[in-house]
Ligand binder design. Structure first.
Ligand code: F6R
Length: 586
C-alpha cells in the first residue's frame, strides 16, 4: 500500500498534492512531501488525509523538484516521525517508499551499531540511512543490492536535479510532459500532464529529469523503455451529483454491464475467449482476495453448472498452503480490481513453474497482474475510487458469467441485454429505512444458501468494512451447527432467499432464528404472502431475473444497505479505517 509521487517542473507543490489526492486510495493514515528549494529541503508532514497536508502547504509556491507520499501504516505507528519522506543522516537525501523492506531489522541493527540514529520505527527509514551525500546511479545499484522485499522508491538529493528511483514488486511508472517529469505509483497521476508513460519493471532502477529518462536493468545495463498510451481509463473522475464515490460507483454498475456487452463482442476479446480450450483442462482455480475472492465463488458456480470439471476457488493468501494439483491441465483465473494485490500476484508467480494457463480478470489493464498473465479479460468498470469495491465486483462476476456462457456456446449477449432492460437498483428509501434498523446494532448476521450464501459473504464484508459493525455470514443450513448459540433478543439476521428450490428450507432456518429472539429481515426475489411476511421485521423485494444473475441484482441493494448504514452512523464510506484499496503487501 502507500502511494508515491515525484514531480519536476512548475508548481511542484500543487502537482504533488494533486498526485497525492489521486493516490489516497492506496492509504490515508498520513502524508508528507519534500521539495528541493535553493539547495535546501522544504518538508511538511501531516497525520490523516491529504486534505490536512494540503492545508499546511497552502502558502507554498515553488517550482522545481519534489517527492511526496501517502501512507498506509505497516511498520510503526501513525506518527509524524514515521510519516514519509525519510532522510539520510546527513540530511542530504530524501526518500519515499511503497512496499516492505523485509530485511530492515538486520540492516537497522548494523546501521545503529555504526552510529546511525533512527527517529522512527518504519522499515523505509533504513533506505534513507543507507545513503548519504549525493545520489548516483551506482549508489542506487548498490542500495538495491542490500535491501530485500518489495519497493517502489523515489529519491532526491540536495545536490541533484533528478529524481532517482528503483522498483521491485510494488508498482512504479514514469512519464515526461512538455515541461515536466513525473514518477508515481499509478499512471492516473499523469492525466492532463502527458499522454504517454513508461512502466518500470521489477529490478529496474534509474533517474528522470527534465532532460530525459535513464533506466537500467538488474544487470546494470542501460535499457530503452517502450512508452504506453495513457488511455481513457485514466480519465479524471469526480463525484458529480453524488456525495460519495461509493454510491456513485454502485450506480455505475449498469454502465459496467453496458460496457461489457459492447466490449465482449469485439474481435480481440472473442479471440481471447476462444484461446481458452476448456476441454483441455482437468481443473480450474479461481484466485483472488476479499471481494474478488467472492466473485471467484460466483464464477465457480457458473463454471460447475456448465462443465464437468473440478473448479476450486482459493483465497490468494492461502493458495500456497493448499498443496493443490497444478499442471498444464490446470486453468488459473486470477481476479483483481487493481491487478496489484500482492497475495494474488504471488499466487500467480507460484503457478508459473507448473505451466498452468493463467488468465487475469482485472479492472486495471496496465497492472502487474495483467502484464504477467497469458490472457487478460477487462472488467471495463472505469476507475473505482471508493475503497470498498462495488462496481468492480459486479464486473468481475459478469466477466465470469460471460466466460462460462461463451465457453458453453450460449448466447450471453441476449441474456445480458434482457438483464440490462429490467435491471433495478432497488428503492433507496426502503433501503435507508432498513439502515435505520441496523445503525445501533452491535452484531449483524447474513444467511443464505447456494448463490445467496456467496451474496451473504459479500454483503457482510461490505457492511463490516465501512460501518465497523461486527457482521458474520453463514450458510442457512449451518446455523444450527454452532452459530445459533450467538442469536438472542434483537440480533438482526438478514436472510437472502432468491432460490425457489430451497426457499422453504431457508424459511425454516429463519424461523429457528426468530424462535430465539432474532430480528428477521428478508431479501428475496420470490413473491411471498402476508403470512410469511409477518414473520419478518423488514422485507425488501429483489427484482426477478435469471438465476445466474440474481447475485448481481441482489448485491447492489446490499451494497447500498452498507452505504446508507455508514452514512447514518456519520462515517465516510469512501475511506474506511485501516483499509486501503490497493493491498500491495502480503
Ligand atoms: C472489499 C475490497 C477488498 C478487495 C481486495 C482485493 O470491498 O475492496 O476486499 O476486494 O483487497 O483487491 P483487488 O480486487 O484489487 O485485488
Amino acid at each position: 500500500m502507500c502511494g508515491i509521487i515525484g514531480f519536476i517542473g512548475k508548481n511542484v507543490k500543487e502537482n504533488l498534492v494533486q498526485g497525492l489526492e489521486k493516490l489516497e486510495y492506496r492509504g490515508y493514515d498520513s502524508s508528507g512531501m519534500v521539495i528541493l528549494h535553493n539547495h535546501n529541503f522544504f518538508v511538511e508532514k501531516a497525520i490523516g488525509s491529504v486534505e490536512k497536508l494540503k492545508e499546511k502547504v497552502k502558502d507554498i509556491e515553488f517550482d522545481g523538484i519534489g517527492i511526496a507520499h501517502t501512507r498506509w501504516a505497516t511498520h510503526g505507528k501513525i506518527t509524524i516521525e514515521n510519516c514519509h519522506p525519510h532522510f539520510s543522516s546527513d540530511n542530504n537525501i530524501a526518500i519515499v517508499h511503497n512496499g516492505i523492506i523485509e530485511n530492515f531489522e538486520e540492516l537497522k541493527l548494523k546501521l545503529e551499531k555504526s552510529g546511525k540514529y533512527f527517529y522512527g520505527q518504519t522499515d523505509s527509514e533504513v533506505i534513507a540511512k543507507l545513503l548519504s551525500k549525493r545520489l548516483t546511479i551506482n549508489k542506487i545499484k548498490r542500495l538495491i543490492g542490500k535491501i530485500e522485499g518489495s519497493y517502489a522508491i523515489a529519491l532526491i538529493s540536495k545536490n541533484n536535479n533528478e529524481i532517482y528511483f528503483a522498483k521491485n514488486k510494488s508498482p512504479l511508472y514514469v512519464a515526461q510532459g512538455i515541461d515536466c517529469s513525473l514518477i508515481a505509483s499509478d499512471p492516473c497521476c499523469f492525466v492532463s500532464k502527458c499522454d504517454k508513460f513508461y512502466t518500470i519493471e521489477d529490478g529496474e532502477y534509474g533517474k528522470i529529469s527534465l532532460n530525459g529518462l535513464e533506466v537500467y536493468n538488474r544487470n546494470g545495463e542501460m535499457i530503452e523503455k517502450q512508452a504506453q498510451q495513457l488511455n481513457f481509463f485514466f480519465k479524471d473522475t469526480n463525484k458529480e451529483k453524488y456525495s460519495h464515490y461509493m454510491i456513485k460507483e454502485i450506480n455505475e454498475s449498469k454502465n459496467v454491464l453496458v460496457n461489457l456487452i459492447k466490449r465482449y463482442q469485439e474481435k480481440d476479446i472473442i479471440k481471447k475467449l476462444k484461446g481458452i480450450n476448456i476441454k483441455k483442462f482437468n481443473r480450474i482455480y479461481l484466485i483472488g482476495c476479499g471481494t474478488a475472492y467472492h466473485a471467484g465463488l460466483v464464477g465457480e458456480k457458473y463454471l460447475k453448472e456448465r462443465f464437468k470439471i473440478d473448479v476450486f476457488t482459493r483465497k490468494a493468501s492461502e493458495f500456497f498452503y493448499q498443496n493443490d494439483v497444478l499442471d498444464e491441465k490446470s486453468l488459473c483465473i486470477f481476479i483483481s480490481q487493481s491487478g496489484e494485490t500482492a497475495d494474488t500476484i504471488s499466487a500467480m508467480e507460484e503457478t508459473k513453474k507448473y505451466k498452468t494457463l493463467n488468465v487475469a480478470i482485472v479492472n486495471t489493464e496496465y497492472s502487474t497482474l495483467a502484464s504477467k498473465c497469458d490472457l487478460v479479460f477487462p472488467i471495463c468498470a472505469g476507475q473505482e475510487k471508493a475503497v470498498a469495491s462495488t462496481k468492480a465486483y459486479f464486473g468481475q462476476c459478469l466477466v465470469l458469467y460471460i466466460m462460462a456462457s461463451f465457453l458453453n456456446g450460449e448466447n450471453f449477449i441476449e441474456h445480458l441485454m434482457s438483464f440490462k432492460k429490467d435491471f433495478d437498483f432497488g428503492n433507496d428509501n426502503k433501503i435507508m429505512q432498513l439502515a435505520d434498523l441496523l445503525i445501533n446494532k452491535n452484531y449483524i448476521f447474513f444467511i443464505g444458501r447456494g448463490f445467496d450464501y456467496i451474496t451473504a459473504l459479500e454483503a457482510s464484508l461490505k457492511l463490516k468494512e465501512i460501518t465497523y459493525i461486527f457482521s458474520y455470514s453463514e450458510c442457512s443450513g449451518e446455523l444450527k451447527h454452532g452459530t445459533l448459540a450467538l442469536i438472542n433478543q434483537g440480533i438482526p439476521v438478514i436472510v437472502i432467499a432468491n432460490d425457489e428450490k430451497c426457499f422453504n428450507k431457508t424459511l425454516n432456518n429463519a424461523y429457528e432464528v426468530k424462535s430465539r429472539g432474532g430480528e428477521l429481515v428478508l431479501i428475496s426475489s420470490i413473491d411471498i404472502d402476508n403470512e410469511i411476511e409477518n414473520n419478518f421485521e423488514y422485507y425488501i423485494k429483489i427484482k426477478d431475473c435469471e438465476s445466474d444473475l440474481k447475485p448481481l441484482q441482489t448485491i447492489v441493494v446490499l451494497q447500498k444497505l452498507a452505504y446508507y448504514t455508514a452514512i447514518k452512523k456519520g462515517l465516510n464510506p469512501d475511506k474506511p479505517r485501516n483499509l486501503a484499496k490497493s493491498v500491495t503487501v502480503e
